[in-house]
Design a protein around this ligand. Structure first.
Ligand SMILES: [Zn+2]
Ligand SMILES: [Zn+2]
Ligand SMILES: [Zn+2]
Length: 646
């Protein structure tokens, strides 16, 4: 046990990370910090468009549907692709990564929307009877898409919605897909379709078979570009780098999956033969059982393979099946699928397992789940010091708290958004679904949760962020970024991770404190109004009436100071491509100026991945006491890093 430093109240004060600077809520917002030189002139903010935003726009202009009419740009790109199968430009990859992330976020927004519809239907007594069996998809995704069961699947509905809005990324790609690295994990096959990795969520062999495309001149179509190995066929053989894959057709997709007739050299089978004849690389995906995934499986992209031979033989069931031998191409990252059940990292089983443990629980029992701290960087290893852990907001003596909100008249759970007054405040719909312990459907300008005067109970769907810490978080030391936070548990997108806890202060009082690194301005109102270049994020809501509303005084009036007292949120670092987002939440009262600040998962976050959010500084907005502009380099390592934190 590395216990030497456990109770070490030594003189080593906390080494503050360059990242631990003043933060601001509101994703992608650009805001100035209030400083003496800027307070008089509100229009001095330099608005820098973030790379992320550029990329997002670009994704919208990329032709995305599977429609026959390919745009010029797409033709050109497909032509290029043939040459660039193995060499993707680094810049292209960076942009592509953001495009893929954005497509997944769109997919989950629609997915959660349809989950909510399903939950509403199930909440109605009449519907419960008809719905009993089908509320959850079965393992293995072997349901027929056209059946009524399929129609209830929110992920497939999300795909339809994405298709309608041209949000699906183009699927006709040969070789590696920009933005999707070897080892990338998908939580369903619908996800793979959303990002253009596959063109269909059910086929084991994915082919390009469009006539009329640039590809049809270059290749003899169909060609197979993806195979999914998920134990669907009884005859598959998988030796990782060397696969014998059974062709498609002649087996039952539902039930026992056994062959009941001979396979024919058509469709996917013909595609694989054509890919062999024309040296077209095939992306190989393997499916594994996984409890965290909503379909019960996780799919890992294992890289490019080439088809080296094929033959026909009598299968286990006595019918003719096609066999394709595939070999993995050289020069790719090593295969990890067969060793790793779910995530890339090794998740510790218990706190006592931890290497470099410096504190068993930095919350000293205040959180429902202990938060260990580890340090494998410093010698001797030190624990985080210089602050007192606290899991509820402290209020400065100069701050007057607003009156408690009236609340709704519901009882039990606020399931009926038509009668719940809290639901009305959120734009007539509750912002959360109950699935996976509660998920926010999409980021909003502000979320109105139920509060102390509401008739509903603590289990209400509209109190998701009030339930305290749920995931096993670990605070760990990094070489360049100070302390950081990761989760041992898988976190689904939209799940609340933690609230930013500190002392509620007036910003005027805080400006007098030099070098305070843990201040979070509550700029919910400024974000809603789009002031100072902040991105508006209204989500169909109107701005509530605010007393003494005066645009001239646009700087945030209150902030949270997590310097001397705070919770685990104070250790979460900045990233230019974060996996968390900041959400303003109102529950006790309805004063936006004192909104709660809660961090939610923006993506499905695999275990052991660093948690991060965008501190959202405007460049050149931080000024030292002499009025000089301060700069700080960003080490977030994101593909679209802005290179400077401020
Ligand atoms: Zn409620
Ligand atoms: Zn209610
Ligand atoms: Zn309520």
């Amino acid at each position: 046990m590395d216990d030497n430093n456990h109770n070490d109240k030594s003189t080593i004060s906390e080494i503050s990370s360059p990242y631990d600077k003043r933060r601001s809520p509101g994703i992608k917002t650009q805001k100035p910090l209030k400083s003496p030189s800027q307070a008089k002139n509100k229009n001095t903010t330099t608005i820098t468009t973030t790379t992320t935003m550029n990329v997002v726009e670009e994704s919208e202009s990329v032709p995305q549907s599977e429609s026959e009419s390919l745009s010029k740009r797409q033709r050109v790109e497909q032509g290029k692709e043939k040459l660039q199968i193995f060499k993707q430009g680094e810049d292209d990859d960076k942009a592509a990564f953001a495009v893929v992330t954005e497509a997944l976020r769109t997919f989950y927004k629609y997915y959660l929307h349809f989950v909510q519809e399903e939950e509403k239907r199930c909440a109605k007594p009449e519907a419960v009877k008809n719905n009993k069996k089908t509320s959850k998809p079965k393992k293995g995704e072997t349901l027929d898409v056209d059946s009524k069961k399929g129609a209830r699947r929110p992920d497939l509905k999300a795909l339809v919605k994405m298709r309608e809005t041209n949000a699906i990324l183009c699927p006709n790609k040969i070789g590696s897909i920009p933005g999707i690295e070897v080892g990338k994990q998908f939580f369903s096959r619908a996800e793979m379709v959303a990002v253009g990795f596959n063109s269909h969520w059910l086929n084991g062999i994915d082919c390009i078979s469009h006539a009329g495309s640039e590809l049809s001149r270059a290749y003899n179509l169909p060609i197979a570009v993806v195979i999914v190995m998920s134990g669907q066929y009884e005859d598959d053989l998988d030796n990782c780098d060397d696969i014998v894959y059974t062709g498609q057709g002649g087996n039952k997709l539902c039930g026992n999956r056994r062959q009941f007739r001979d396979q024919v050299l058509e469709k996917g089978n013909l595609g694989l033969k054509n890919s062999m004849d024309q040296c077209v690389p095939v992306r190989v995906v393997r499916g594994h059982e996984c409890k965290s995934s909503y379909v019960g499986k996780v799919y890992t992209y294992d890289g490019l393979y080439k088809v080296v031979s094929y033959w026909s033989e009598k299968g286990v069931s006595g019918f003719n099946v096609f066999k394709f031998r595939l070999k993995r191409l050289e020069g790719q990252p090593l295969l990890t699928t067969d060793q790793v059940q779910f995530a890339g990292g090794q998740v510790p089983k218990s706190v006592s397992d931890l290497r470099g443990l410096v504190c068993e629980d930095i919350s000293y029992g205040q959180e429902k789940v202990p938060i260990p701290a580890t340090n494998l960087v410093d010698d001797p290893p030190v624990a985080p010091t210089g602050f007192t852990y606290c899991n509820s907001i402290q209020v400065s003596e100069h701050v007057e708290l607003p009156l408690k909100a009236l609340g709704c008249n519901c009882s039990g759970n606020c399931a009926y958004s038509k009668t719940c007054s809290c639901a009305k405040l959120n734009g007539s719909n509750l912002p959360y679904v109950l699935r996976d312990g509660g998920r926010l459907i999409e980021p909003k300008a502000v979320v109105y949760e139920c509060g102390p005067n509401c008739g509903c109970g603590p289990g209400c769907v509209n109190r998701i962020s009030q339930r305290g810490l749920k995931y096993r978080l670990e605070v760990y030391r990094t070489p360049k970024k100070g302390w950081a936070v990761r989760s041992w548990d898988y976190i689904p997108s939209g799940a609340p991770v933690c609230e930013y806890i500190g002392k509620l202060m007036k910003t005027d009082d805080v400006d007098a404190i030099p070098e305070n690194n843990y201040i979070f301005d509550i700029d919910c109102l400024q974000t809603m109004k789009g002031l100072d270049g902040r991105e508006r994020r209204l989500g169909g809501m109107s701005i509530p009436f605010v007393e003494n509303d005066d645009d001239k005084d646009s700087a945030p009036e209150f902030c949270l100071d997590a310097g001397p007292t705070g919770n685990v949120a104070r250790f979460i670092n900045h990233s230019c491509q974060p996996n968390l987002f900041v959400q303003c939440v109102l529950s006790n009262h309805h004063d936006l100026k004192q909104a709660r600040v809660v961090l939610f998962a923006a993506d499905n976050i695999p275990p052991m991945k660093e948690l991060s959010y965008d501190y959202a500084y405007a460049l050149d907005s931080v000024v030292d006491p002499d009025g000089k502009i301060k700069q700080l380099l960003c080490y977030c390592g994101a593909a679209v890093c802005r290179k400077r934190l401020f």
